[in-house]
Write a protein that binds this ligand. Structure first.
Ligand code: BGC
Length: 744
């Protein structure tokens, strides 16, 4: 052995030289343990009259300059000032990373993610994320805590508003698009920012829809439903991942070694940053698996969490844990290396201030181009749920119009939760949008009538009288921005506050009534809402809300959105989603002794994928390139879609697949393709989808990927209930390797 030593040393020399040349390795070699741990800590800032200061928390003894990243700074001036403080005040001059929750815009606000998912348009999603990144990076923000890629099948959970809804295939497509949009071309582009896929994982499975609650789900559901969008984000090169607050089957995600290290790092090869959620390391004690903060730090770090956000267990205890041998020095070095490499990739070692650019900030935020994109995205996110007797679109000379509902003039509702650094005053309300759109001289009367936050119905008699003398009523009903989002779960999903009473009054007048829904989740739209002839789901659409709503109301734009989440008839149906299993007693026929309810239909009010248009479309039967194929072959599925109405319009063509008989039970159908097409009146277009082993595959009872011989049914149509189908067979059974599987 010893005689080989010099040879080995010689062989290592080039590597040593590379390490010496690499600024990251050079820094690592110089850093003290405390300096390293500083890089693994993230604190939030507070604004004070004298400028921003870092909240050091109650117990820390470590100086502010020993810090790797800061959450919440949002102007070029503020980020520059903090950067100067840390770069000049620290021994090794390591710049900070500035993080922020840029979910659906920064100063210009785009539709909330659930709304944007209704556009079924990954390219559009990518463009909005790009624009948000351009704005945020100019203010010095390097890192966004987005996209939120949690699948959500329980609308009681307030955070459904932050994600793409119930389906892993649509969710994965949007996760990929958003990661690409935020991260852009990558360094040296100064508008490229680090994206974070969050919250890993099964946060959307919180029991009872109660935020932060435990998730207790099968390994299959985890793998088939909740993990795929994260895997897509990793494949798209996402820079960071944030574990979720919840536990999965008794193991809190912030100490879940199997999922954070074995799956994410080792199996998926994720090399980016793992950043804790806010205080979540410290919360391991509340969850009952750590008795001290030191314990919490040890558990989280050893499970794989690189950076602790907000709570300061790492700053307090990691050094001692290393010295006691309870945390490995090598693992600390690896985590610090990941942080330094992220800084290096963003170009911060060349110029720590390159992102904080006041001139760029002035030139790039709320630009006409970004507002135009916000309007386009908002138009495409609107879903027409009902339009009896073609009440919509309205004429631009509609006679006297009564607009009611406090949300109509509520600018902060337009921007929804997690609205970045936006100012509600920069938003166009629904009322302003309607006023902008109608012909001069049109009489628009606005009376709030009711709000979602109070049972009162102010001036209800005046509302009724004005309604009776009006030609059309527009009621803006739903939720305020604060009624959905984090920690805003609801047990009842009807119209809150005095809105139901207001609606009752309006319906009694018998006047034509359009309901514009503003909300961050599927609502339960009861019989009175369904009495209205026209219903538009407008979610929270962002800075251009009012203009986009008016574009659709008055017919300049034909609505094309489709629901990314099922709308239940009743809270008691939750969870309700289209990709359910059949059971041994599927609900059909008269429903007796079937998997149904005796008091409410088992079907949803509006299914996943549903949305109407001002025109109509017809579908041909699906044409298959073959009805029997080998597992290695590709199947082409083609349909012809025709615009059978009188207006041009966009249709989102959806393809679903069912594995008819398999070794494990399969969902009744799964989305496997979608395409948005534009058709002039009378125009027909053929649309092709290609299905292959990735679509046919399942995880067998041992979770090994496999295509099984047998029959499949493919459905192509306008929503998840389409019966437009064809049948084919795969002739052979074949195991797939992990990298042959697309788990969306
Ligand atoms: C949320 C995260 C968010 C973080 C920082 C937490 O409460 O769960 O989604 O990124 O705060 O604002």
């Amino acid at each position: 052995m010893p005689k080989h030593l010099p040879v080995l040393l010689l062989a290592c020399l080039p590597l040593l030289a590379v390490a010496q040349d690499d600024p990251v390795e050079r820094l690592l070699a110089q850093m003290t343990l405390e300096e390293k741990i500083g890089q693994l800590s993230q604190l939030t800032i507070q604004s004070t009259p004298t400028g921003p200061v870092i909240d050091q928390g109650e117990h820390t003894q470590m100086p502010v300059t020993l810090l790797g990243s800061v959450l919440g700074a949002d102007t070029a001036q503020q980020t520059r000032q903090l950067q100067e403080q840390v770069v000049n005040g620290s021994r090794l001059h390591i710049p900070l990373l500035f993080a922020y929750d840029v979910l659906h815009g920064f100063r210009t606000v785009f539709p909330v993610p659930l709304a944007l998912a209704s556009a079924w348009d990954p390219d559009l999603a990518q463009r909005t994320a790009r624009a948000a990144a351009v704005e945020a990076t100019a203010s010095g923000v390097h890192w966004t805590f987005a996209p939120m890629v949690d699948i959500a099948r329980d609308p009681r959970w307030g955070r459904v508003v932050e994600g793409a809804g119930e389906d892993p295939f649509l969710g994965s497509a949007l996760a990929t698009a958003l990661v690409h949009g935020f991260q852009g071309a990558g360094a040296p582009d100064v508008s490229s920012m680090l994206a974070t896929a969050k919250h890993f994982v099964a946060y959307g499975a919180a029991e009872g829809g109660r935020d932060y609650n435990v998730a207790d789900l099968s390994e299959r559901t985890l793998r088939e439903v909740y993990l795929p969008p994260f895997e897509a984000a990793v494949a798209a090169g996402v820079g960071a991942i944030m574990p979720s607050f919840n536990e999965v089957a008794a193991v809190p995600m912030h100490s879940h070694t199997k999922l954070l290290t074995a799956l994410l790092r080792e199996q998926w090869g994720f090399a980016g940053l793992l950043v804790s959620d806010f205080n979540a390391v410290w919360e391991l004690a509340q969850q009952g698996i750590a008795s001290t903060q030191a314990d919490a730090a040890r558990l989280a770090f050893n499970a794989g969490v690189d950076i602790e956000m907000a709570s300061q267990s790492y700053r307090q205890h990691l050094a001692t844990l290393v010295r006691k041998g309870q945390v490995s020095r090598k693992n600390v070095d690896d985590a610090v290396r990941r942080v330094l490499k992220a800084k290096q990739r963003l170009g911060l070692f060349d110029d720590p201030y390159r992102y904080s650019d006041e001139a760029r900030e002035r030139a790039s935020q709320l630009t006409p181009q970004h507002r135009a994109l916000a309007r386009e995205a908002a138009q495409k996110s609107i879903v027409l749920l009902k339009n009896d007797s073609a009440l919509l679109p309205l004429s631009k000379q509609p006679g006297k119009v009564l607009v009611v509902g406090s949300l109509a003039s509520d600018a902060s509702a337009t921007i929804g939760p997690w609205s970045g650094a936006a100012n509600p005053e920069d938003s166009v309300t629904v009322l302003q949008g309607i006023r902008n759109a109608v012909a001069p001289g049109t009489e628009i009367v606005y009376l709030p009538g009711a709000s979602p936050t109070s049972p009162a119905t102010p001036n209800i008699t005046q509302v009724e009288q004005t309604a009776r003398s009006s030609d059309v009523l527009i009621a803006v009903l739903g939720e305020t921005a604060e009624q959905s989002g984090e920690a805003h779960s609801r047990a009842e999903l009807g119209l809150p506050g005095g809105q139901a009473a207001l609606l009752h009054t309006l319906l009694n007048t018998g006047k034509p009534l359009v309901i514009l829904l503003m909300n961050g989740r599927p609502l339960v739209l009861d019989a009175s809402v369904q009495q209205a002839p026209a219903l538009l789901e407008t979610w929270f659409l962002g800075s251009e809300t009012g203009n986009a709503v008016a574009d659709v109301l008055f017919g300049d734009i034909n609505p094309s959105g489709k629901l990314p989440m099922t709308f239940p008839r009743h809270v008691g149906q939750i969870p309700i989603y289209y990709a359910h299993k059949n059971t041994g007693r599927p609900p059909s026929g008269d429903g007796s002794f079937a998997s149904a309810y005796i008091d409410v239909p088992w079907t949803p009010l509006y299914p996943f994928g549903f949305g109407l248009s001002y025109t109509s479309f017809s579908y041909s039967s699906p044409r298959l390139s073959t009805t029997r194929l080998a597992s290695t072959q590709t199947l082409e599925v083609e349909v012809t879609v025709t615009n059978t109405g009188k207006r041009a319009g966009d249709e989102i063509v959806q393809l679903y697949l069912r594995d008819d008989v398999a070794s494990v039970t399969r969902p009744v159908r799964r989305l496997r393709g979608f395409r948005k097409i534009h058709l002039a009146p009378g125009e027909s277009r053929s649309v092709s989808f290609f299905l292959s082993q990735q679509d046919f595959a399942l995880l067998d009872e041992h979770f090994s990927p496999k295509v099984e011989a047998g029959g499949f049914t493919v459905f192509v149509g306008p929503d998840s209930t389409t019966a437009n189908q064809a049948h084919f067979e795969v002739s052979d059974t074949r195991r797939l390797s992990d990298d042959q599987v697309d788990r969306r």
